[in-house]
Design a protein. Sequence first.
Lengths: 275, 288
Amino acid sequence: MELTKNITLGIYLPGETFVHRLDPRTKIIASVILIVLLLFIRSYEAYGIFLIFTAAVIFISGIPPGFALCGLKPMLPVLVLMWIFQLFLYRTPGSDVIFSWWIFSATDTGLHMGNLITLRVLFLFTVTTILTLTTSMVSLTDGLENLLKPLRKIGLPSQELVMTMVIALRFVLILAEELDKIVKAQMARGVAFDRGNFLQKTKKIFPVFLPLFINAFKRAEELIIAMESRSYTGGKGRTKMKTLHLGRVDLAAGLLIFLFSALIVFIIVSIQPQI
Amino acid sequence: MPIEVNGLFHSYKKGTPFEKEVLFDINLTIDDGEFIGIIGPTQSGKTTLAQHFNALFIPRQGRVIVNGANTADKTADLVTLRHNVGYVFQNPDYQLFAPTVGEDIAFGPRNQGLAGEEIEHRVREAMEQVGLDYGTFLGRDIYALSGGQKRRAAIAGVLACHPRILILDDITAGLDPRGRDEILGVIRKLHREQNITIIYISNSMDEVAELAERIVVLDRGRIAFDGTTREIFSHAEQLYAIGLELPEVMVIADRFRELGYSLPPAILSLEEAVDAISTALHEGRVAD
């Protein structure tokens, strides 16, 4: 029993590679660009090129490919369900029926839509995982804060927002560890989480959440006290120990992302989407 | 209901870049009615090893056989096994989850499929065993309990399953001295009166010395020593090298010996020490 094994969100894999050495701002902006591109990609050709690109980044950054993808494992049932829904429910006036069963019928546009959406989620996940795996919490915070700084002028508490987001990310793993302990404590008293039908299994989950939430609140309270006892009063007037610098690697990475985006945009514009 | 461990290895987060080997080639047999202490510095693998005993961890390499059943066997009845091998966790907050003490203690017996009356009987019995008054605490809100009461409730919740082996994972951490003594008294009584096998995990040498008949010392995932309590503490130097210290009573007794008093060998509990020292003081120094 190890629930924390498949969690890659919010985990940092220390390293000294090209990707690790990039300024966090470069990585954040690059990720945002990639995510925006993903929202517009509607053809398999573009996804193919995207796949090559992400695979190359994973290779360069030295992340074991299996580890980068194992975070997807818990999401798999949702992805499959989503694909099935699209397959049967999405249709346009001119779509052909591939096969039908009882009152359901699958169309070719549904199949295409299902594929596209599933691929999109997969890649969104991979891009963000690469970002967090190669960027430490501290530099991620610094980078985000720095990027959001202009928004302070219009009254957005950027520093506080970033801090909250980073803590939330950090808590993913902590909560998973706690969940692991609670599940074990209940298994030790005879709960068989792996037995029974879907409904029975779901019912067994509820007693797990009560201690989880209560412990989470306790932890949050302790964290507040720990932060306040170190004189945290929010973002105003805070200075940085490490200042961020853009270097030659960032220029190279920026160029790469630019070329890649141009290629993807070209494909998006020139290849007619199948729908 | 003996436990047999053969060539057990375990690594945490296997197959990820964070893989860490926790247990190396553990061989161990625990017989019925033993009171065995497992000690070792933090990160030495105590909890991981103990969680193999009740099949919370299933070995990938090596074997764990509890009462003749291999825990890695697909057909093994792990639910029954876990009722027979009770586990009290380090932190009661992870264990207690029902709204009231009574409901929480009833959780195990209910999972065993017992009838209402039998459950009620088990709850009452378990509460009496740990010294929680049935009338006062049955309907008490779990989160209104003090630290010591939570421990008791957690132990009661496990005892209500009628385990034959009881694993106690650092259960005195964070208790005040009186709460600690009371809990240890409960454990001793269970062992004495019902002959339950006790596996007692602790960082405290004093507690283990006082309670256990046999001690297993873990050091970075390996068994460093396995023997009777007296044998173990004769290896003071090696224990110190691992990062463990002798029980305080032994240190005090040694100082008395250095000062020229004659004390019996291997004093393990505070009571023994008090008796021996007062006798020695009464008799005066050997040199005199």
